[in-house]
Design a protein around this ligand. Structure first.
Ligand SMILES: O=C(NCCCCCn1ccnc1)c1cc(-c2ccc(F)cc2)cc(O)c1O
Ligand SMILES: [Mg+2]
Length: 206
């Protein structure tokens, strides 16, 4: 995938990086990027929220990191957490190829360890937008942890990938029944396939 980016995408051009990855994943080898169909929904949410601070849980190869960062205002910051060092190493190179290093801070480690340190380590008060795309059984515990650490403010947006496939049943049940969130489901498909999947967008009500 990285070779395809370096061969087919223009340095400093995030859209060409996104296009090169999507082409590779359609023609050569499936990979678990959010993909072009759900990626358009992601783009519209990022544009609507116009966030100054973004947290991405699950960098993988940096595809959604590049999609999000390319839409951020100049002073905005995106912190992305990746547990797997091999994924992180690739993502750093993909983000660099897109020329977005200045907007992105990639942190390696477990979300459960890093979320409580966000304020002290990165000077973050609250996140305007959180994109959940990591282990599906971590969506709920990490959301509760973000609440407890005061990282969400009235109006913070959570956008969760894969709520149908692979699925995040405990997260969906919580977020759709909690009086502290207003949720909306965006029906789509699993990246590069015809299988149903979707994104769940939730507003924290404080
Ligand atoms: O597991 C996924 N992502 C997490 C990867 C590891 C995260 C590590 N990490 C980062 C930070 N903290 C922990 C995922 C899986 C699939 C999928 C769907 C169908 C199928 F047949 C196989 C796979 C599709 C996605 O869109 C996904 O996002
Ligand atoms: Mg995903």
């Amino acid at each position: 995938m990285l070779a395809a980016v370096q061969k087919n995408a223009t340095r400093g051009d995030p859209r060409s990086v996104v296009k090169a990855i999507d082409q590779f994943c359609r023609q050569k080898e499936w990979a678990m990027n959010v993909g072009d169909e759900k990626g358009c929904i992601l783009d519209s949410v990022v544009t609507e929220v116009n966030p100054a601070t973004v947290l991405e849980l699950g960098t993988y190869c940096g595809y959604s990191t590049v999609r999000i960062a390319s839409l951020l205002p100049s002073n905005a910051k995106l912190i992305t957490l990746e547990f797997n060092p091999d994924y992180a190493a690739i993502a750093r190179q993909v983000i660099a190829w897109a020329g977005l290093e200045d907007k992105v801070q990639l942190v390696e480690g477990a979300s459960g360890d890093w979320i409580p340190k966000m304020k002290e380590k990165f000077g973050i008060e609250t996140f305007d937008l959180v994109f959940l795309d990591h282990w599906k059984d971590r969506y709920l515990p990490d959301t509760k942890l973000m609440e407890e650490c005061g990282l969400l403010r009235k109006g913070s947006i959570l956008l969760a990938d894969n709520v149908i496939c692979p699925g995040t049943p405990d997260y969906l049940e919580y977020i759709r029944n909690s009086p502290r969130y207003k949720s909306q489901y965006f029906k789509s498909h699993l990246e590069y396939t015809k299988v149903e999947d979707g994104l769940e967008k939730s507003v924290f009500l404080g």
